[in-house]
Design a protein around this ligand. Structure first.
Ligand SMILES: [Fe+2]
Length: 339
């Protein structure tokens, strides 16, 4: 589409000479003989450039420039004047004028000035559309990446759940144990106001806390009766076996404290490190509570099932000994064992 140029000057000769010359260059020109008329024409038409005299009756060139820029800040604007004054020039530059033509001017110079201004406009428009395009592409790509990330995370969680089921399957009396420990641990963490990021680490850590059981013989894990001291000692090796299995894998790095320390006791009498109180990583202290609850609630051939109130009384007995008292309190008060 050809560029439309609005020419405003109270000297009609200048208007028509300029208009004729620019029409020969392929532009479509509209003329106005004062500022007010120019403004009306400007609002009516879709122009690429305004060429205006400064001194005009009613609305002068600077006023016109101001009004045009208020509506279309990117509009190209060339001012013509027979009386170059520095303060007017400075004001016009501040208002965003593209060029000045000092009268009397060579028509070729005017053509050159027009072409330069329109080229600049085209370049500015291209840059703007490039930026818009880039922004849209970045937004689209971000949505795609977020979607891929969510899918990947879900797939990761699903495969970790399968792994957790495989761990639980080694002990038929603990079917679904890891997932229940995960659910209850997360509820305690909600009560503690964990961040989303910390919740996620806890989610994986609680699912995998017993991963070391993969390295314990099935006969010991599945033994229906009470364990001999030797067998009990073997079972106690599972946290460190778990660490050995996952260490060196970046993804598991922040889950190691849960795998290693979920059998520590608050009074320091647990294993494998004999840590006490807040020296035990918080996530491991959290897991310890539902882990013990779920183990007691599971059916054991040598002792049958325990009644819920007996389990809760038993846990209460170990408050501050095996369990972090604050966390046990949350577990009992909020009836997290029901989840
Ligand atoms: Fe364990």
């Amino acid at each position: 589409m050809e560029d439309r140029i609005l020419i405003a000057d109270d000297e009609k000769t200048i208007c028509s000479v300029l208009s004729q010359r620019l029409t020969r260059e392929g532009y479509s020109c509209v003329t106005a003989h004062n500022g007010k008329e120019a403004l009306t024409r400007f609002y009516q038409g879709n122009f690429s450039l305004v060429i205006s005299d400064i001194r005009m009756p009613e609305v002068d060139g600077l006023e016109l420039l101001k009004s045009v820029k208020a509506v279309r800040p990117t509009m190209m604007f060339i001012l013509m004047t027979a009386f170059p004054e520095i303060d007017i020039a400075v004001e016009a530059i501040h208002l965003g004028v593209s060029d000045f033509l000092i009268k009397p001017f060579d028509l070729e110079l005017a053509v050159f000035s027009v072409k330069k201004a329109l080229e600049q406009k085209k370049m500015e428009e291209e840059i703007e559309s490039y930026h818009k395009n880039l922004k849209r592409m970045v937004e689209e790509r971000t949505v795609e990446l977020q979607h891929a990330y969510r899918t990947l995370k879900k797939a990761y969680l699903d495969s970790v759940k399968v792994l957790a089921e495989a761990i639980d399957a080694k002990d038929p009396y603990l079917r679904g144990h890891s997932d229940r420990v995960r659910r209850m641990s997360l509820r305690i963490a909600v009560s503690l106001g964990f961040s989303e990021e910390r919740m996620e680490i806890l989610e994986y850590g609680s699912l995998l806390h017993d991963i070391g059981k993969i390295g314990i013989q099935d006969e010991i894990l599945r033994k229906p009766g009470p364990l001999s001291p030797d067998e009990y000692q073997t079972i106690q090796e599972h946290p460190l076996i778990g660490v050995k299995i996952v260490e060196g894998i970046e993804f598991f790095k922040d889950k190691i404290p849960m795998i290693r320390n979920h059998h520590e006791h608050f009074n320091g009498e647990g294993y494998p490190d004999g840590l006490a109180g807040e020296g035990i990583p918080l996530e491991a202290r959290i897991i310890a509570v539902p882990d013990a609850f779920d183990a007691m609630a599971s059916l054991r051939p040598h002792r049958g099932t325990m009644a819920l109130e007996d389990i809760l009384l038993e846990m209460e007995k170990y408050k501050g000994k095996q369990f972090d008292p604050k966390l046990l309190e949350i577990f009992l008060q909020e009836k997290i064992y029901q989840s």
